[in-house]
Design a protein around this ligand. Structure first.
Ligand SMILES: Cc1cc2nc3c(=O)[nH]c(=O)nc-3n(C[C@H](O)[C@H](O)[C@H](O)COP(=O)(O)O)c2cc1C
Length: 276
């Protein structure tokens, strides 16, 4: 592989992070679509179907960890799950903690959610591959944050195969009760931030998955952030065009138990094998 090409790609990646400083001189006179008073895109994607499945909003019966420091200290990536189902209340809690809408600012200018987002743009949609959640048929779903509900999208031929392939063959994920897939609706952020929208999108996605880690830990569940996704395969299954909206991040979540810790360690066996 050509050294020059590699160096160019590295420089491109770095400039993505340092974009504000790099782009400012040449961006003089540039106005974002918001500054040009172009119409604002919807705060969240409208339902794709006619049937909304309401999610429970009372979390009082969930045994939640109450000690915040304990939850933070216990957070870790889990890739070994039992085959136990996740309750609907627990799934609802995870969705609320990661994308729940607490307030609408202005007439319909912004959603204020349980996670922060640059300019309160919240450019993400959350889709689920549900394998084992009480009260829900297995299949693909879309979270509707404005209603705090779900809509059913469909069922891949083989759900476990789909999960495995969608996460680049990370077969441990096949036993998760649910896989969260996050897409980005780019224009929701670009409307406000234009050429500067893209690095903050990635910053925002970290808030969402960290809350998912912490919320899962609080309930005694476990998950693992996954960047190795196959966007084309997931987009096609979900009916996304892959340009205006594409899936870029995922997190399988399942029930976990302490006695599976040794199996978890196997995922880091290479550290010992290679004497790292
Ligand atoms: C952005 C991001 C992408 C990740 N992608 C993967 C992945 O594709 N597969 C995987 O097994 N773990 C993945 N992880 C989990 C990391 O390997 C894990 O967070 C790291 O080893 C530290 O372990 P801990 O989360 O238990 O503290 C990812 C984590 C993050 C934050």
């Amino acid at each position: 592989m050509q050294q020059q090409w590699i160096q160019e790609r590295i420089a491109l990646g770095r400039s993505f992070i340092t974009k504000l400083a790099d782009d400012t001189p040449s961006a003089e006179g540039y106005e974002t679509d918001q500054e040009q008073r172009k119409p604002q895109p919807p705060l969240s994607k409208p339902p794709m179907t006619k049937q909304v499945i309401p999610l429970p909003q009372a979390f009082g019966n969930l045994g939640r960890g109450e000690d915040f420091l304990d939850i933070v200290n216990r957070r870790k990536s889990h890739r070994v799950y039992t085959d136990e189902s996740i309750s609907l209340e627990a799934l609802s809690f995870l969705l609320w903690c990661t994308q729940g809408v607490k307030e609408i600012r202005g007439r319909a200018y912004a959603t204020i959610r349980t996670v922060p987002s640059g300019g309160a743009r919240h450019p993400f949609e959350c889709y689920l591959a549900i394998r084992k959640v009480e009260g829900l048929a297995p299949g693909l779903y879309h979270y509707l944050p404005l209603q705090h509900g779900l809509e059913y999208i469909g069922q891949p031929d083989d759900l476990e195969d789909f999960i495995n392939e969608s996460l680049c063959g990370q077969s441990w994920a096949k036993k998760a009760g649910v896989v969260f897939y996050y897409s980005c609706v780019f224009y929701r952020a670009e409307w406000r931030y234009g050429i500067w929208a893209h690095a903050p999108i990635l910053m925002d996605s970290g808030h969402v998955t960290e809350n998912l880690y912490l919320a899962a830990t609080a309930l005694g569940l476990g998950g693992c952030a996954v960047a190795a996704v196959e966007p084309h395969l997931i987009d096609e299954a979900l009916g996304l065009d892959g340009k205006e909206e594409t899936v870029f991040y995922a997190m399988p979540v399942g029930t976990v138990r302490p006695e599976d810790q040794p199996q978890e360690q196997a995922f880091y066996a290479f550290v010992q094998q290679q004497g790292l």
